[in-house]
Design a protein around this ligand. Structure first.
Ligand code: FAD
Length: 304
């Protein structure tokens, strides 16, 4: 058995954290090969431990995550692999359903555990139940929810081999519009400070951001905070937002609805600051502070 993982490449750079966690998830299945679009990203990918070969797709048609061409290339390589997948990121989730359709197999999405070559676990009902999926498809196509895995190290030295294959001209890249931020990326940040409806306004979110900057953390938000216009959409954590599992998650003025917990409950240490001692967030918090966030958060920031 061999596994082909599509590596996320953004703006020419390997998304190392997501890819390293995806490698960790599948390494028990057999030899792991990474398909990487781009020269610099391929060099980085070759350093990941547990990877035995990097397939470098050098043709510009595969750059910018162009899904139609990447899917065509993966299908042309599929004969060598029993398993084909990648991290459950926007980049990979754009490609894998096309691969599965072209191979006429199912996609096993958001895998949180690999039981054996045919059997996988994945969360359902906003993470309230874990489904065990046994697939009889000849080839398994899947995405990995990286939050539950540890990144492999970067002491490897895999061989890099150039690959070419079919391309599709159904679409063309025009430009990427990416929100620029000096803060760590939300899904791979080691610390996340999130604000909810309790923060009260866009202006008041400054105190959440000040604490985040003190801790070199990413900023997150509940959907209520996003819907109220306090925080931008790409900060949303939860079932319909991003899934995070940092070492430390600080929830400020967030009640702890199941849809929010679905996006952060795998965090290693959860701190909740809420003025309502009955708030459900305290049931999953490792440390709970019953306090007014407008006093506690600035005080914490200044003490840090
Ligand atoms: P609230 O529930 O209003 O809680 C605000 C909290 O702030 C309260 O606990 C209050 O005690 C506290 N507070 C108020 N003032 C202060 C103060 N001064 N100091 C300290 N504490 C204070 N939600 C998500 O977050 N992410 C999702 O992805 C998501 N997806 C959803 C998908 C679906 C299909 C549905 C139906 C809902 C989804 N939701 C999601 C919404 C979710 O159900 C909740 O409505 C939302 O998470 C509530 O956000 P909140 O905790 O900020 O607000």
């Amino acid at each position: 058995m061999a596994v082909l993982l599509l590596a996320d490449v953004n703006d020419g750079q390997l998304a190392t954290d997501a890819v390293a966690k995806a490698v960790d998830a599948v390494k028990s299945l057999g030899e792991v090969h990474l398909l990487v679009a781009g020269e610099a990203a391929a060099v980085e990918a070759a350093k990941l431990e547990g990877v035995s070969k990097v397939l470098k797709a050098a043709d510009a048609a595969y750059d910018h995550g162009m899904a139609e061409s990447l899917a065509a290339l993966i299908v042309s390589l599929a004969g060598n692999y029993s398993h084909i997948g990648g991290a459950a990121t926007a980049y990979v989730k754009n490609v894998m359903p096309r691969v599965a359709a072209l191979l006429d197999v199912m996609v096993i999405s958001d895998v949180t555990a690999v039981i054996d070559a045919d059997t996988f676990e994945r969360p359902i009902y906003a993470g309230n139940a874990i489904q065990t999926v046994k697939s009889s498809d000849a080839k398994k196509v899947f995405s990995i929810r990286t939050a539950t895995f540890n990144a492999v190290g970067n002491g490897g030295s895999a061989a890099v081999e150039a690959v070419s294959g079919p391309t599709a001209d159904l679409s063309a890249w025009v430009e990427d519009k990416v929100a620029a931020s000096d803060r760590p990326e939300l899904t791979s940040a080691k610390i996340v400070v999130s604000g909810g409806r309790g923060v009260g306004s866009k202006e008041s979110f400054d105190i959440i951001e000040a604490l985040a900057d003190k801790l070199n953390a990413a900023v997150g938000a509940s959907r209520a905070a996003v819907d109220s216009g306090f925080a931008p959409n790409d900060w949303q954590v939860g079932q319909t937002g991003k899934v995070v599992a940092p070492n430390l998650y600080i929830a400020c003025g967030i009640s702890g609805a199941i849809q929010h917990l679905a996006g952060m409950k795998d965090s290693k240490v959860i701190v909740a600051i809420n003025k309502d001692e009955e708030a459900p967030i305290f049931q999953i918090a490792d440390y709970g502070l019953v306090a007014d966030l407008f006093e506690a958060v600035p005080e914490l920031t200044s003490k840090l």
